[in-house]
Design a protein around this ligand. Structure first.
Ligand SMILES: Cc1cc2nc3c(=O)[nH]c(=O)nc-3n(C[C@H](O)[C@H](O)[C@H](O)COP(=O)(O)OP(=O)(O)OC[C@H]3O[C@@H](n4cnc5c(N)ncnc54)[C@H](O)[C@@H]3O)c2cc1C
Length: 547
């Protein structure tokens, strides 16, 4: 194995523990794991698991060193991290069933403890000490991989809508990837030549040495190992549609109560909350928690209790069928359920400005997570919106962008934004706040260069440099797929409770519940969506298991 910088082999130095990514198990931790696995000697260059392997064993290094290597044995081989005694290998994919994003190879003679992944899952579920240490390390390691751009290679033109779709899907599902832009990255053409692909046949994705030509989201999900649909037709007690905080909560409580629970998600687990860089007002997390971490933890928790996730799976219609409900997915497959929880949330509206379609291909975003931040590092950016999500995005982006301009129609941010966020924004030197202002034009040729804004009172126009535009203005509910089966309010949100004459959270149809942002009158908060998800299960349980 060679290192990044030189082809000369040299001794590998153990990677320091970065923010808890690479903790060391103490002797008691190793002793707790020892009965679950078997010890074995390893030789230099011995491969413990390979890039693309699924359901690998969980390894603890007992002696010697083991390296995590991307592109092992290729010209692009690159050492990600090196681990000595007491360190454990792997990352989140070991628990989620995705293929590994790197190869683990012994750097010297030594010894490892190999634990079957099923035993590891049991341990994570029942030993809070070790379980939390491993889970936390795995979540941080995933963030490191995303930051390094390890994993998938996505190659395409910055002007291609499909390339943008593939990148968005990878980012929302927290699949680590590197974007190679045909129009700006010299490495892109060389890689295309190696795979014998013409530029007009992009985008392509390279994953675990395999090439996918312009994959659909379902194909990419299957290749990466995201949870896929089981053989249809599917039947369950509880069908949860949407996997934001409301849906996740319903899934955790439903499955833990013993209901056969299935979750359909059209884009990525976590919903809007999954795109949030830091949720600071969720009970029990005094220093905040990233939406991605909350989503990963919730999904592992729901799966631990037996909930089945299907991603991507879009519910397209729902109808009553002999006392049950039949939901049809985009691919036509049916799912039948006794109770349904509608947790499809809401999406941000698009700005009503000319040329939005043109710039949406690469410069306009409706989420501000690590993936978007990497794409606009060092650039001036603009954030539109006066609510908490816009404020949070501006705070987060200020750590990556050169300058952030927050553009809000409101004359006073406290109308829709929490005080703690306003205070934070006012203290950040590279954040500029423009109140009472509206975006009128997007300027640039192929990519966004500036936005023209107008003062709502005077009409005065000014132009602000912006290479990326983040939009967080008013939401619209994702309720179109319900097709009139349940009552909606005038804005399309689902009516529940007293509105419909049913019990709280029940829609106008018995056995169909609505929780979170899609519900008429909801508070549009993570905590309320979670609370409602749990409450709906109590009602669904009564219906599913009468008496
Ligand atoms: C950037 C940002 C920051 C935020 N920060 C905070 C914060 O700090 N604190 C706070 O309390 N709130 C915050 N919020 C608001 C909070 O995230 C939402 O209130 C919460 O996520 C709502 O949860 P939900 O489960 O109702 O819906 P959502 O989170 O909207 O999830 C709905 C899910 O359903 C899926 N879906 C939609 N239609 C279908 C279909 N037909 N079939 C299958 N799946 C479907 C969607 O893809 C999505 O994943 C923030 C929101 C954003 C965008």
């Amino acid at each position: 194995m060679s290192t990044n910088s030189t082809s000369e082999p040299r001794e590998l130095v153990e990677t320091p523990d970065l923010n808890g990514a690479y903790p060391r198990l103490d002797e008691a931790g190793i002793a707790a794991l020892a009965p679950l696995g078997r010890r074995r000697r390893v030789q230099p260059e011995e491969v413990l698991f390979r890039e693309g392997d699924r359901e690998c064993e969980f390894f603890v290094v007992l002696a010697g060193k083991v390296a995590s290597v991307e592109g092992y044995g290729t010209a692009e081989e690159s050492v990600i991290s090196v681990h000595g005694r007491g360190r454990f290998l792997g990352e989140l994919s070991l628990l989620t069933g995705e293929g590994s994003y790197y190869t683990a190879v012994a750097a010297e003679e030594g010894e490892v403890l190999a634990v079957p992944v099923g035993r590891l899952r049991e341990l994570v579920a029942c030993d809070p000490g070790i379980g939390d240490l491993i889970l936390r390390a795995y979540l941080i390691r995933r963030s490191i991989l995303i930051g390094l751009g390890a994993g998938l290679r996505i190659i395409g033109s910055r002007y291609s809508p499909d390339a943008r779709r593939v990148r968005d899907f990878a980012a929302r599902n927290r699949l680590p990837y590197r974007w190679l832009d045909l129009d700006g990255d010299p490495g892109a053409e060389a890689l295309l030549a190696r795979f014998g692909v013409a530029p007009q046949d992009t985008p392509i994705v390279i994953l675990h040495g395999r090439m996918l030509r312009n994959p659909g989201n379902a194909e990419l999900a299957a290749a990466a190992g995201l949870p896929a649909p089981t053989a249809s037709p599917a039947r369950c007690d509880l069908l949860v549609v949407g996997s934001g905080p409301g849906g996740m909560s319903a899934a955790v409580y439903g499955a833990s109560e013993g209901l056969r629970t299935m979750v359909l998600e059209c884009t990525a687990t976590g919903g809007q909350a999954g795109t949030s860089s830091r949720i600071e007002n969720y009970l029990g997390f005094p220093s905040g928690i990233s939406g991605a971490e909350l989503a990963e933890r919730a999904m592992l928790q729901a799966r631990k209790f037996g909930a089945e996730f299907v991603v991507p799976a879009e519910a397209m219609s729902i109808e009553e069928d002999g006392g049950q409900y039949l939901v049809r997915l985009a691919d036509g497959s049916p799912v039948t359920a006794t109770s349904v929880v509608i947790a499809t949330g809401a999406r941000y509206r698009r700005l009503d400005v000319p040329r939005l379609d043109h710039f949406e291909k690469m410069s306009v975003y409706y989420a501000a997570s690590q993936a978007e931040a990497l794409l606009c590092a060092g650039d001036p950016v603009a954030v539109v919106g006066g609510g908490n999500s816009a404020g949070q995005a501006a705070v987060f982006l200020s750590r990556h962008a050169a300058q952030v301009t927050l553009i809000a129609r409101e004359h006073d941010l406290s109308e829709y934004m929490s005080r703690y966020l306003i205070d934070q924004l006012e203290r950040i030197p590279n954040v500029r706040i423009m109140l009472g202002t509206e975006v009128r034009e997007l300027l640039g040729d192929d990519t966004l260069e500036a936005v023209a804004v107008a003062d709502g009172r005077t009409g005065g126009r000014s132009v602000l440099p912006a290479r990326a535009l983040f939009v967080f203005i008013g939401v619209r509910p994702c309720s179109g797929w319900l097709g009139g089966l349940v009552d909606l309010d005038a804005r399309g949100f689902v009516r529940t409770g007293q509105d419909t004459g049913g019990s709280a959270l029940e829609t106008s149809r018995p056995g169909i519940f609505a929780v979170g942002d899609v519900r008429s009158g909801s508070a549009k908060r993570v905590a309320t969506a979670v609370g409602e998800g749990a409450m709906a299960i109590r009602l669904a349980f009564e219906r599913t298991r009468p008496g």
